[in-house]
Design a protein around this ligand. Sequence first.
Ligand SMILES: *Cc1c(COP(=O)(O)O)cnc(C)c1O
Length: 446
Amino acid sequence: MSTLDQSRYLATPIPGPRSQELIDRKAAAVSRGIGNTMPVYAARAFGGIVEDVDGNRLIDLGSGIAVTTIGNSSPRVVDAVRRQAAEFTHTCFMITPYEGYVAVAEHLNRLTPGTGEKRSALFNSGSEAVENAIKIARSYTGKSAVVSFDHAYHGRTNLTMALTAKSMPYKHGFGPFAPEIYRAPLSYPFRDGEFGKEIATDGALAAKRALTVIDKQVGADNLAAVLIEPIQGEGGFIVPADGFLPALQGWCRDNNVVFIADEVQTGFARTGAMFACEHEGIEPDLIVTAKGIADGLPLSAVTGRAEIMDAPHVSGLGGTYGGNPIACAAALATIETIEADGLVERAREIETLMKDRLGRLQAEDDRIGDVRGRGAMIAMEFVKPGTLEPDAELTRALCAGCHAAGVIVLSCGTFGNVVRFLPPLTISDDLLVEGLDVLELVLKDL
Ligand SMILES: *Cc1c(COP(=O)(O)O)cnc(C)c1O
């Protein structure tokens, strides 16, 4: 087990000499298309700390984009991976199946919202699982159109690029995109204020706006699925107004349209519930998971109502690596850790701590337009004081300042003006507070 000291420590300027050497090697060896947020190379990570190759210890408020939710190299996961790697590394579940895959499916069926009979299928990445959810919905309904939303992020493969909203950097120059994808307006309370107080706070009204677009521009008879993140991730940690998601789901149910929740970023305790849909009281027909599912091992899943999941013909779904045995062992250990260590409750404690602290910061700083999110998925949206005009420049400078001071933070948002926090749930309060202290100091200096 790792003994990484849980404290921030700067041994060198950021980046240090060994990281700089790797930055130069990367530039010569790796495609420019693969960018980096942090200018340092990781050597070890545990709890709330990432240690770089120069011995700098950084506070981790990103969890590798909401992946190491239970903490990097979590002890049960390390044991399970070691054990499974020694037994067998791969047989292909479509050739010689194994128990771990079935056990993960059983847990997913048990843990996801909805009480009816369910089935799951396992894949490798979030994008791949989203693609498969669309295939399943098309197979079940015999229809082809799919609706996704403004500010949506669903991945970078061809179909998921089409589903993703933001052009630069995700889609720019990479078309043509998959056909039969339509976009509907989201409920974005902070920015909907521009269109009146009512639509900003009344989710059913915002849903009506979206459903009018869907009805008039697509039509339920052509529509296989409505796909939505219950809290938008890359789009800016946007929590829709109360009632928005239930209204969309109700319409889908009435119109034989499959309602798919993309919980790739929000799933597995991240938002203070096992799945974010629970906050909205909705039971999606299909739910897509990845990121936090296996503490960093590549694994993703589609889970949902048995009749929909069983619609594709035998051998219509699959993939060489989908549900790899080591990734399944890691997922089983991850689920055990979340349940045994009370990590759903821990995410709620983190929400209280962060919203209290960031709320106080907002009260005295009119550049912070909004503080929002749920659980350990919290964000601040930056604007020019007194307006809704996004301040991406400030956001960039704030992130860079935090990075130089040894705190890993990420930005997001359609307008690049949102700082998001995704700490591992195993971070201590002290370390979390220290990270926010650094952020406050950097912000006050800008
Ligand atoms: C990250 C993400 C994806 C894509 O997952 P990959 O594993 O990167 O393919 C899809 N949907 C959401 C909501 C995500 O956050």
